[in-house]
Design a binder for this molecule. Structure first.
Ligand code: ATP
Length: 240
């Protein structure tokens, strides 16, 4: 079943349209890699799903029409967004950042429930437990990215939109982070839409790959297919 169904989605910044009628389905429990070169529109597509940019077209989450809803209301429905640049608070501790992630829950939760979720997150990202009293600004790039993902998890999303998580990370650190996404899919039953320029890395974990070029979908299929037609798409994927 499709958890997210997008039809003819258009998005604009002022007068400039940058998504020109995107169709995309994301199956529940899958990882979908959204690939494309710099400026293809990947970040804008994630923002358009959250209604954080001027948007038209149809976007349904678990059958619910997202049009006319605020970004906050969309988060409450169960869509977590990890923006490029992470968006955590540098002066707050790791644990304070995580607790802030619990604020966008569908309903008010007790401290005990939040503590239980924190425990789950710490099991997935043990380094965050180790550094829980450290300021977020003192974390390494890989740890900061884990914090950004973990903070979104505290909102108990069903769908996680992650923007360029490998950006600025050393290859081994990025590999480690990506392996955790498969854990989240399998153990948290999470659905992940992953916008990435690093196609090679994304294709190792994705079930499906969608290729964007200049605001249009130019390929959509099982990730294995894209690996085999890599050369054909070299122009779209750039160096990665
Ligand atoms: P990147 O990997 O560089 O983030 P991307 O595939 O995510 O690339 P977008 O950031 O969605 O691409 O950008 C798509 C187009 O929209 C680009 O032409 C970009 O210049 C333009 N754009 C992005 N953000 C804005 C903005 N806030 N105002 C105006 N134009 C924007």
């Amino acid at each position: 079943m499709s958890l997210l169904e997008i039809q003819n989605l258009r998005a604009r910044y002022g007068r400039v349209e940058v998504l020109h009628g995107v169709d995309l389905n994301v199956e529940e429990g899958s990882i979908v890699a959204l690939l494309g070169a710099n400026g293809a529109g990947k970040s804008t597509l994630l923002r358009a799903i959250c209604r954080a940019v001027d948007t038209s077209g149809s976007c349904r989450f678990d059958g619910v029409d997202l049009s006319g809803r605020s970004t906050a209301a969309i988060a409450h429905l169960g869509i977590g967004h990890v923006p490029e640049g992470r968006g955590t608070f540098a002066d707050f501790t790791v644990e304070e950042n995580l607790r802030l992630g619990a604020v966008s829950r569908t309903r008010a939760r007790s401290r005990r429930e939040t503590d239980a979720d924190l425990e789950l997150v710490y099991e997935t990202f043990p380094v965050l437990r180790e550094f829980r009293r450290r300021q977020a600004g003192a974390l390494s790039g890989g740890q900061a990215q884990m914090l950004a993902v973990a903070r979104a998890l505290l909102g108990r999303p069903r769908l996680l939109l992650v923007d360029e998580p490998s950006l600025g990370l050393a290859p081994l650190t990025a590999r480690d982070l990506f392996d955790r996404f498969t854990g989240l899919r399998d153990e948290w039953a999470l659905t992940v839409l992953l916008a990435e320029q690093n196609a090679k890395l994304s294709l190792t974990i994705a079930d499906r790959a969608v290729l964007l070029s200049r605001g249009r979908v130019v390929h959509d299929g099982p990730s294995g297919d894209l690996a085999t037609v890599d050369a054909v798409h070299a122009d779209y994927l750039g160096a990665s």
